[in-house]
Design a protein around this ligand. Sequence first.
Ligand code: GZL
Length: 327
Amino acid sequence: MKKLSRTIMICLCMTMLALLFCGCEKGAGQSTEPKLLLGFSQIGAESAWRIGNTRDIEEQAEKYQISLMLENANQMQENQIAAIRRFIAYRVDVIAFSPIVEEGWDNVLLEAKNAGIPVILVDRVISTEKEGLTTCVIGADFYREGVMAAEYLIRKADSLGLEHVNIVEITGTANSTPMLQRQAGFMDTIADDGRMTVLESIDGDFLKSRGAECMRSLLASYGEEIDVVYSHNDEMTLGALPEIENAGLKPGKDMIIISIDAGQKAIDVLKEGRINCVVECTPKLGKELMETALKLKSGESVDPVIHPTETFFSDEMDPSQIAPRGY
Ligand code: GZL
């Protein structure tokens, strides 16, 4: 009898253990096992845009059950290169990164290629002579953003009947894709408009503090000659506005202010009438990144370029209709 009750106890314990392990399954057939390991090197936290981009990538990784190793490079290319080397050593399934500048990636990306690890470019691109270092780029059409900014300015100059338009440009990080493309798109679009004169372009590095410094310098050089400030991102714009006001001028009225990113802070300032136009650059690239990484892991082909749809917001429309931006 004793032997029988012992056998029953052992069976019961085995059943309990089996149920316990099954209990960690997420319902029938769904496993909590990560579908892949993704290494992501992020530039830093220089703007609301960047912080929103990081948050979206983390949220989407969780949603797609992807194990994410995200490293913040604090605005230094050497930190991104070191992070990519760690991902290679760790044998991640896919590497993704937002290159702070376009040059200087060949060696580390060749190491990733030789390790058989596919690389996705997010947000920005690289410049290289070598083939096959990356699989695709997921990010905005920055040239188009520059075009939208200039097209707004041409409409604004028409509506105000301006005969001369003096422009100062506060650019993003030198040699970064958004800086090069936003400048090219804008300058190409105003090139044939005889009213437009660019007084100076100055590097604000996408930083609020630099935006303020640049604006102080431009005001010292040109003062009330300035008709338009074209700023490559909201952070620099928000740094510049108080400097314009400290000079006794009204941004949005005495000067046309054009910005890019369209984060909530800039939209709120647009509603106050202190910015005239904000071109959207969405940081929400996480969904496309996860879907692309899963395709690469399963050997599927991917589109070489994935552009999100983007628009602009301006004083030509009712800003009260602009939905919350989420970054
Ligand atoms: C654009 C992104 C830029 C943002 C800035 O996709 O690379 O970098 O416009 C950010 O706010 O610093």
